[in-house]
Write a protein that binds this ligand. Structure first.
Ligand code: XMP
Length: 506
């Protein structure tokens, strides 16, 4: 397969996904992974990703120069191109203005990477530094306003300043395919059906006749993990579903129907709503609420898992982006929100871990789910934060507010499905403000809460725009919420992008 060395670009997971979509195995490793470890994997090619730093900086992220002498093809993208230039004796300078967004690439001398690409094409740039002089043995293959494609074909080293992996680079797929197949001669060895078969065999082998427990949340990852493991070991899998009381309306009932009845999973449902609500009494700070909910979840799960006798394994729906993020060597970025993933459990628990999805990207997890027969609407659910409605009820949480919000949210989500809009937005929900305003209903004056409808479109949840939902649709949900949900007399629509706003309100 192809190894991608991660220098911190927001696009490096995308490189991995693109290559897997071509049917070729790819792996993202931290840039400082020792060469020996890279070689153990017998890569057919190595990609040096983009990254935020400058090769001329004092503590720049570097690799061992020997990487270029392994006779394994190398593709340097953005920072990867500057790094290659820098390490092999060329010069990188601070750009005059930098380039962000679309640019015209003009090919001056084609090579195996650019084979079949038009002489002029649109590419996506995002850089400040630029290559000034080439290392010995390299030629210029393409220009934008700056040197944008270089190579040393006899050493199979190829570099581009732009990002071939993003869809804005019109002929990027062709370039990626040229690298993966024509230059690296990678075998097509990545197929999800094979993955399912081998993983099931591995689970059987590893687990033997022992018991496995799993925290089922109803979200995509834990559900797919549960169904996959159940396929391997049947009722040796015991799921625990904790109802925090902060879930979407009827979530527990639906999980029991979808997975308990339909897939025959053994699920122990724990109604812990009172515990959570009482712990949340008097707490209104968002981070404090996250902490309280996270700790309480761990406490409940810990108690319940110990009641299950003889369980040896703890299964989790960890997926590849979680793995990449946890191994990443990026500098400490400031904590905006502590994304306390409830479902992430304490390490001191006395179980062996079983993580059958840890090699898969999200879209691959969905495909596996569909292969296993989980219905489309379950496999394509929007993400739901661990602290749940606890961070969508601004300020202090109580039972009444939870009920009000559940009702309103259920109307909104139901209408999105009914109008074929659910799959067109990335995450949608309702927020309940602790603000009351005056309204009129019949002849009565009302004084009730304000609900905010939020819907975001995004690919990576790092940046997002608000969904351009049709006015008529917004009118329908506003009317329905105000008429049907006692406690809300005003609905607002959130038209903030991220940044500077975030997707959630807390
Ligand atoms: P923000 O609000 O930071 O959200 O733009 C980005 C994504 O993260 C989710 N989110 C959370 N998920 N625990 C979670 O498991 C949390 O505390 C949490 N806070 C935000 C949010 O729903 C969105 O998908």
């Amino acid at each position: 397969g192809i190894i991608i060395l991660d220098f911190g670009s927001q696009y490096n997971q995308l490189i991995g996904r693109r290559i897997r979509e071509m049917g070729v195995y790819s792996e993202v490793l931290p840039f400082n992974t020792p060469l020996a470890e890279i070689l153990e994997r017998e890569p057919s090619g190595i990609i040096l990703s983009g990254g935020p730093s400058s090769v001329n900086a004092e503590n720049a992220s570097l690799v061992d120069k020997a990487l270029f002498e392994l006779n394994i093809p190398v593709l340097g993208i953005c920072y990867g191109m500057q790094l290659t230039t820098h390490l092999l004796g060329g010069k990188v300078k601070k750009g005059e203005k930098g380039e962000y967004g679309k640019a015209k690439l003009q090919i001056q001398k084609s090579n195996a990477l650019l084979s079949g690409v038009s002489r002029f094409s649109t590419v996506w740039m995002s850089h400040f530094d630029e290559v000034e002089t080439l290392p010995e043995g390299f030629v210029i293959n393409g220009m934008t306003d700056v040197i944008s494609a270089i190579s040393n074909e006899s050493k199979k080293i190829y570099c581009v300043q732009f990002h071939p992996e993003v869809s804005h680079t019109e002929e990027g797929t062709r370039m990626m395919e040229n690298f993966v197949f024509n230059i690296c001669k990678s075998p097509k060895n990545w197929k999800l059906t094979n993955y399912i078969d081998t993983t099931i065999a591995e689970i059987k082998e590893k687990v033997g006749d022992q018991k496995v427990i799993l925290g089922l949340s109803g979200g995509v990852d834990s559900s797919v993990a549960a169904v996959l493991i159940h396929k391997a070991i049947g009722d040796q899998l015991q799921c625990i579903f904790v109802d925090t009381g902060l879930l979407r309306k009827d979530e527990g009932k639906k999980v029991m129907e979808n997975y308990g009845e339909h897939f025959n999973l053994k699920i122990k449902m724990i109604d812990a709503s009172e515990r959570f609500l009482s712990k949340l009494k008097g707490v209104s700070d968002p981070e404090q609420k996250r902490k309280v909910i996270g700790n309480e979840f761990v406490a409940v799960f810990d108690e319940e898992s110990h009641k299950i006798e003889g369980a040896k394994f703890l299964a989790q729906g960890t997926i590849y982006p979680d793995v990449i993020e946890s191994q990443s060597v990026k500098g400490p970025s400031s904590v905006i929100k502590s994304h306390h993933n409830v479902g992430g459990l304490p390490e001191e628990m006395d179980f062996e871990l079983l993580e059958p999805l840890r090699e898969l990207f999200k879209d691959e997890v969905r495909k596996v789910g569909e292969e296993l027969g989980i219905p489309h609407h379950l496999v394509h659910r929007h993400p739901f934060p661990g602290p749940g409605l606890g961070i969508r009820i601004l300020g202090e949480v109580d039972e009444d507010k939870v009920r009000i919000l559940q009702e309103a949210d259920d109307i909104f989500i139901g209408e999105l499905y009914k109008n074929d809009l659910y799959d067109k937005v990335s995450q949608a929900f309702v927020v309940l403000l602790p603000v009351k305003s005056v309204g009129v209903m019949g002849d009565e004056r009302t004084y009730e809460y304000t609900a905010v409808v939020r819907s975001a479109n995004t690919t990576d949840f790092m940046t997002a725009t608000w969904s351009r939902l049709p006015y008529e649709f917004l009118d329908t949900i506003s009317n329905r919420i105000i008429n049907e949900v006692r406690g809300i007399n005003r609905v607002a629509y959130d038209i903030s992008s991220k940044p500077p706003a975030t997707i959630e309100w807390e």
